[in-house]
Ligand binder design. Structure first.
Ligand code: KG4
Ligand code: ZN
Length: 338
């Protein structure tokens, strides 16, 4: 079964064709990062307009690269939640138009379930339920328990910003530009993680929920000296490296503490990490080490499959179609999702 997948929930317009949930026939991602850079983050209305401009060529390119005509696909899948409403609507309307014109089934996909699937879709030995998943991205930071590998049940989330948003804001404070995740990852290498002991971004010491706004403010106050018993920290190369490394360490520490706590509480043996921040090299290192110590199997996406793509949408759709059947043309775009 060949599924055409469409993704437009945030600032990437993507389309892909995937066969039987696994075999990638094409994978096209058009990022809007350059458009949103000067605003320091995605601007919803601009995102919707940009999706509208490129979505048809992106879908065409995905079909061409797969060597298929539109009529050759067996189903059309689309991210319909959660995300920016205007951005989601562009993908959902495109998918409905294609499904109607081609007389093919349509299936709506949960973006977060797809991020989780992206982390293990290439594995010959998938995670065994119940397992735990952590999705960390620019828009989301949540922990899930999965009793069914395709149906995440949320057990923890952020009370305010997402982890990726915190990376983006701290990068702005340090004058490092946008998007912040990749640049902090790079700059933090060789930085001293203990020079600025920021607290891990956990809402309570023993819970599964996060809060990133306090950490972001702590970095701001530490750097500017505002409301602080410390002197300001001039943004020299060395200081920026140390602040970035200390901030990143606090984020990764908080994420790891909550994720492994969730694994323990769920009696799970497998842990899946997905989303844009799963590309972070310190996160990958920290999770790999602790998983090995605890005898937990860890599933990490490749760096390319960490950030938004349509392969994960088309791939997961195969399983949803098999288990639940298709949706219909009343399919709605839902910004909140759960
Ligand atoms: O999954 P994604 O593409 O979009 C959402 O669903 O939000 O994630 C994008 C986020 C951005 O905030 C970006 O800064 C972050 O992922 N990111 C990283 C890294 N690469 C991307 N964060 C930390 N370290 C990285 N290497
Ligand atoms: Zn995402």
């Amino acid at each position: 079964m060949r599924v055409l997948g469409i993704e437009s929930s945030c600032d990437e317009t993507a389309a892909a064709v995937v066969e039987d949930g696994r075999v990638v026939l094409s994978d096209v991602v058009r990022s809007q990062v350059d458009i949103h850079r000067r605003f320091g983050g995605p601007v919803p209305e601009i995102a919707s307009r940009s999706h509208l401009e490129v979505i048809v060529p992106v879908v065409q390119e995905a079909l061409e690269r797969a060597g298929l005509a539109a009529a050759d696909v067996d189903a059309v899948a689309v991210t319909h939640r959660p995300g920016l409403i205007g951005a989601l609507l562009v993908g959902v309307a495109t998918a409905k138009a294609l499904a109607l014109a081609l007389d093919k089934p349509i299936v709506g996909i949960d973006h977060l379930a797809a991020h989780i699937y992206a982390s293990w879709m290439d594995s010959d030995d998938p995670p065994t339920p119940p397992f735990v998943a952590l999705v960390v991205s620019g828009g989301h930071t949540s922990l899930f328990r999965l009793d069914d590998p395709f149906q995440p049940h949320e057990i923890g989330s952020t009370a305010d910003d997402a982890a990726g948003e915190a990376f983006d804001k701290v990068a702005a404070i340090l004058g490092l530009g946008y998007p912040g995740g990749p640049v902090i990852d790079r700059v933090a290498k060789g930085g001293r993680t203990r020079r600025f002991p920021f607290k891990p971004p956990l809402l309570t010491r023993d819970g599964l929920d996060f809060s990133f706004s306090g950490l972001k403010t702590a970095v701001l106050y530490r750097v500017t000296g505002k409301n602080s018993r410390h002197e300001p920290v001039p943004l020299t190369e060395e200081n920026v490296r140390d602040v970035a490394a200390s901030f990143q360490e606090a984020v990764v520490e908080g994420l790891a503490q909550a994720a492994f706590r969730a694994v323990e509480r769920s009696g799970a043996e497998d842990l899946v990490v997905g989303g844009g921040c799963a590309a972070n090299s310190r996160l990958r290192q920290r999770f790999t080490t602790e998983a090995a110590q605890r005898g937990v199997r860890l599933f990490l996406p490749t760096v390319a499959r960490s950030t938004d793509n349509a392969v994960m949408i088309a791939g997961l759709a195969y399983h949803r179609l098999n288990e639940h059947g298709p949706d219909d043309l009343t399919l709605d775009a839902i910004p909140t999702g759960r």
